[in-house]
Design a protein around this ligand. Structure first.
Ligand SMILES: [Zn+2]
Length: 303
């Protein structure tokens, strides 16, 4: 699942490529269940001719600010991603997807399709928006767990009430971190991944942060000393910033807004490195289960 660095990469890409463009219209949707809180016809009518003013991130949500005080929020869930493509490369004409022969068993396949759609992860296109300036915003999602919402701006306050602070916000001080930890119980990895406590940290960066901190993911909150909490706190920002620098992790589904892979996986230490040698000490990386999720740690570096 995309985490803070992946979503931030997409948000940055969208600001660079489609900020200021207008949504001419919804041109294709074969999975109306992705659109929450509205029937497809209504969504189609209300999104038409809205200008994209800016794009922001809150936790793992992409927030597209639209004209008329509206928001389009997109949560990618497990396998969703947005792909910005030129309409000259896309089978669309007069506001319609014209070559349905490309769509086979839910996948868009064909030599004439844009190069980026030759990557199987990009082929599960379920929503297509046509934008001004010759752009297409396509949404691919093999598992169809993603969530699109066209809502009024006050939706942000209801979203806000369910989420913990942003770890890259300057207001996220050690005191804030410590007080959240102080109100928590259970294993540190699970607490870091709880979106109501900290925004945007998931399985990948939870493992990496704890590696940097030298703390095992299955340590209980109760057992952690203040100096260990300081180490965890001080590892959060560098890990997330490094992952943004490498444009996220693409071991599996993640692609940026141009359909390309991120590179953090080439620089990670423990996530999905079970049975491999730790890049720092030569010890062995172990995989364990914590609740329903996996966790990875170095048996030597992490105590
Ligand atoms: Zn190690």
């Amino acid at each position: 699942m995309p985490e803070l660095p992946e979503v931030q990469t997409i948000v940055n890409d969208l600001n660079e490529s489609i900020k200021g463009k207008t949504i001419i219209g919804l041109r294709y949707c074969d999975a109306p269940k992705l659109i929450k809180g509205a029937v497809l016809a209504d969504f189609k009518k209300r999104i038409k001719n809205r200008k994209i003013e800016k794009v922001e991130r809150r936790a793992k949500n992409i927030i597209i600010f639209l004209s008329g005080e509206m928001l389009l929020t997109i949560h990618l869930k497990m396998t969703g991603h947005i792909i910005i493509i030129s309409n000259s490369q896309f089978p669309i004409s007069n506001g319609r997807v014209v070559s349905r022969q490309y769509i086979k068993k839910g996948r868009w396949v064909g030599e004439n399709l844009p190069e980026v759609l030759q990557d199987p992860r990009n082929q599960y296109i379920h929503i297509v928006l046509e934008l001004s300036g010759g752009y297409i915003l396509a949404y691919s999602d093999v598992r169809k767990f993603g969530e699109w919402r066209l809502v009024k701006r006050d939706y942000l306050s209801s979203l806000e009430s369910k989420l913990g602070p942003e770890p890259l916000d300057p207001k996220f001080t050690f005191d804030v971190f410590q007080s959240i930890i102080g109100r928590s119980t259970g294993k540190i990895k699970s607490v870091l991944m709880d979106q109501a406590k900290f925004s945007g940290i998931g399985n990948i960066y939870g493992d990496e942060i704890l590696f940097y901190a030298g703390v095992r993911p299955d340590r209980t909150i109760k057992s952690l000393k203040t100096k260990e909490l300081v180490k965890i706190y001080k590892s959060i920002r560098p890990v997330l910033e490094k992952a943004i620098k490498y444009r996220g992790s693409s071991e599996s589904d993640f692609r940026d807004a141009f359909g390309l892979k991120g590179h953090y996986q080439e620089h990670s230490f423990v996530y999905r490195k079970e049975k491999q040698r730790c890049g720092k000490c030569g010890g062995v990386v172990k995989k364990i289960r914590i609740g329903q999720r996996s966790a990875h740690y170095c048996t030597k570096c992490q105590k």
